[in-house]
Design a protein around this ligand. Structure first.
Ligand SMILES: NC(=O)c1ccc[n+]([C@@H]2O[C@H](COP(=O)([O-])OP(=O)(O)OC[C@H]3O[C@@H](n4cnc5c(N)ncnc54)[C@H](OP(=O)(O)O)[C@@H]3O)[C@@H](O)[C@H]2O)c1
Length: 163
């Protein structure tokens, strides 16, 4: 099962401000929906609360140490660790790929063992209070770059060369 981080980063690496995404790009949201549709999506509790409802057409998985409001639905599963969420996707859902969709806290943990990263590079800088972790050139190779109007999509693959 491929573990794929999907994130949108401003030019200054911010991903969020005061619980929200600081920009609006319909183009980037459309790309996100098309890419993740049909696959499980894993998110932190704060991101789930920020979105405010389950993303349709996808098994929503929320990571939290506590009870999550509105979680009494088949569309939402709650786990108290990322590892348990991965296990559920692999063994119960038989998923061949899973998307880790944020926020900063979850990206910080998932970047350690994700296989791929789909990074939307938004072309401007924004004020932020949550940032994407440093992408180490030792750990990640750029696989492809695709240009959209509002962003550049950079696909990173984990460098598995023995150093
Ligand atoms: N630009 C993007 O691509 C993007 C994507 C998503 C989100 N965002 C933005 O990112 C911001 C939110 O990010 P954030 O870092 O503040 O929060 P977050 O990662 O969405 O959620 C953090 C919460 O997840 C739970 N959690 C994290 N690791 C856990 C673990 N190992 N075990 C159990 N629970 C764990 C905890 O919930 P409990 O406190 O309930 O235990 C923690 O408080 C918002 O501004 C949002 O808009 C941006």
């Amino acid at each position: 099962m491929e573990k794929i981080i999907i994130a949108a980063l401003a030019a200054n690496n911010t991903i969020g401000f005061e619980g929200k995404i600081p920009w609006h790009s319909a183009e980037e949201l459309r790309y996100f929906r098309n890419t993740t549709y049909g696959y499980p999506v894993i998110m932190g509790r704060k991101t789930f609360e920020s979105i405010g409802k389950p993303l349709d057409g996808r098994q929503n998985i929320v990571i939290s140490k506590r009870e999550v409001q509105n979680s009494a639905s088949d569309d939402i599963m709650v786990f108290n660790s990322l590892e348990k969420a991965y296990m559920f996707c692999r063994e119960n859902l038989k998923a061949d790929r899973v998307f880790i969709i944020g926020g900063g806290n979850i990206f910080n943990q998932a970047i350690k063992d994700a296989d791929l990263m789909f990074i939307s590079r938004i072309k401007n800088s924004f004020t932020g209070d949550v940032f994407f972790p440093q992408i180490s050139e030792n750990d990640w190779n750029i696989q492809t770059i695709k240009n959209y109007n509002d962003f550049d999509l950079i696909t990173y693959i984990r460098n598995t060369d023995i150093k």
